[in-house]
Design a protein around this ligand. Structure first.
Ligand code: AMP
Ligand code: MG
Length: 484
């Protein structure tokens, strides 16, 4: 018996997802971690969730964090979903190495999924070993917490626990489990799966999924004349806003498959993601993205493509007549581009310190973007330098920069607004790699300073200068790997 339950744990897990959508929930348990050791605990998040960090650090708490000790009544499940991966459809993906332990209710009464990654094979594992290793799980921890600190909707990381098991990758690596917290794990692929299943099985599955998703994430859609259409419109808006925020900080998700696009509008699944250094729209970091499908500059169009797959899954609920349903879906999806453009424009105006509604702003933003594209500076530090007056030292075409700079200065940019909207410290690839390589070798000493830096992204900070600098040229180009 690997999993024990106890009536006395200071935590309660509900199972609304498994109750409402049993067709998408397969009862399953985490495999035993032979020697679980807490590597990092997110104390502020634990407190926000109403969990006791001291208890989470105990042996029982750590066994809870790997799914080996559960409160009585918990019902862990592997979730079923489908997905388009790099454009190709897989009808059955699902949690191959993950589990939804259940839902936590925070002190304000909000529900959060508590989910494990690396908790062992499930019936969805196909050829995979069901496991995860220390480096990539710490990477998700660091990058998702950085995103949260940047104010970008994201799943959060509660803890990473080393399992004490050796996992075979290219070499033997220490195994780990990430405990992740999300508004939910409903994704476009959940709807694709439900649509396919409903064709042969329960006719009410798709409406039930819509109702569950609406209640949890977009409750205003329930009161609309057409709730399924309103849900779709709400997801389109949430994703347009989300991807605009990624683009404004140079975040490249790297694997925007439909199973990695949430209904909540949170960023999910930190695999081959990374932040831009040089501002080049063609940037990809993922070793397997040879065609550049998920390159930085493609992300808005790809999000729209993924949302079209959600629309297809929802068609039977939009209208009995398929042609009419397609028209409704297409019209709603057309809302993506203007919503995205508005968020992107507003974001750039703030990053350039432009306040108020001056018709001159649009051209100054556009011309700044042209400078970024021709000069390809390190995005993050260039914006900091723009505010402190040293950007000019980092351009080749000084005359063009000066001409633009004069027009920009004439608009009276608000430096305080710039300081609040342009991060100084992001997870720099070389520094993340350095900290994770050390952690994989058992040295956690570089993790805490990295986390301190990226969870305080704005403003100058004593002792954190190296986290504000671009990679030295010697660092070479950066490659990330999926599914690790
Ligand atoms: P991801 O690329 O992490 O979004 O995963 C895509 C699919 O592959 C999901 O169904 C995962 O559960 C599955 N998967 C990834 N890695 C593993 C693994 N090591 N063992 C089993 N399934 C995996
Ligand atoms: Mg995924």
């Amino acid at each position: 018996m690997t999993v024990t339950t106890s009536a006395t744990l200071p935590v309660t897990l509900s199972h609304h997802f498994a109750d409402d959508l049993p067709e998408l929930a397969l009862d399953w348990q985490a495999e035993e971690a032979p020697d679980p050791r807490l590597l990092v605990l997110n104390q502020p998040l634990a407190l926000e969730l109403g969990l006791d960090p001291e208890w989470l650090r105990t042996d029982d708490g750590v066994r809870f964090l790997v799914g080996n000790l559960l409160p009585e009544g918990a019902r862990p499940v592997a979730q079923a979903y489908a997905g388009h991966q790099f454009g190709g459809y897989s009808p059955r993906l699902g949690d191959g190495r993950a589990l939804l332990l259940g839902e936590l209710t925070d002190p304000a009464g909000r529900l959060h999924d508590l989910h494990l990654k690396g908790s062992g094979r499930t019936p969805f594992a196909r050829g995979g070993d069901g496991r995860a290793v220390v480096g990539p799980m710490l990477r998700e921890y660091v990058v998702s917490e950085a995103m949260h600190a940047l104010g970008i909707p994201t799943t959060r990381a509660l803890a990473v626990v080393a399992t004490g098991r050796t996992v075979q990758r290219e070499t033997a690596m220490p195994g780990a489990v990430l405990a992740r917290v999300a508004a939910s794990h409903l994704r476009v692929g959940s709807f694709q799966y439900a649509r396919a299943l409903a064709q042969e099985g329960p006719a009410d599955l798709l409406p039930r999924l819509v109702e569950h998703a609406t209640t949890r994430h977009h409750p205003q859609a329930a009161d609309a004349d057409h709730p399924a259409l309103a849900l779709f419109e709400a997801v389109v808006a949430a994703q347009a806003d989300l991807v605009a925020q990624w683009m404004l900080v140079g975040f490249v998700h790297g694997v925007m498959n439909t199973d990695n696009v949430t209904i909540s509008g949170q960023t999910i699944d930190y695999g081959p993601c990374a932040f831009l250094e040089a501002f080049d729209p063609a940037t990809t970091f993922s070793s397997i993205d040879e065609g550049g499908r998920y390159a930085y500059g493609n992300q808005p169009q790809i999000a729209e493509w993924d949302l079209a797959r959600l629309a297809e899954a929802l068609l039977p609920l939009l209208h009995d007549d398929e042609a009419a349903a397609i028209t409704m879906a297409t019209t709603a999806l057309r809302g993506f581009a203007p919503r995205y453009a508005a968020a992107w424009d507003a974001g750039w105006r703030a990053k350039l310190g432009l306040v108020g509604d001056d018709p001159a702003h649009a051209a100054v933003v556009d011309d700044f973007l042209t400078i970024l594209q021709t000069e390809t500076p390190d995005l993050t530090s260039f914006l900091v330098r723009l505010a402190d007056g040293t950007a000019r030292d980092h351009v080749l075409d000084v005359a063009a920069f000066d001409a633009w700079h004069t027009r920009w200065q004439a608009l009276g940019p608000d430096l305080g607004l710039m300081a609040r909207t342009n991060p100084v410290r992001i997870p720099r690839n070389h520094l993340v790699e350095e900290a994770l390589a050390a952690a994989t070798d058992g040295d956690l000493g570089r993790l805490a300073p990295l986390l301190a830096a990226v969870t305080a992204p704005y403003g100058q900070a004593q002792g954190l200068d190296r986290f504000a600098l671009p990679a030295p040229a010697s660092a070479g180009s950066y490659v990330t790997y999926c599914g690790t």
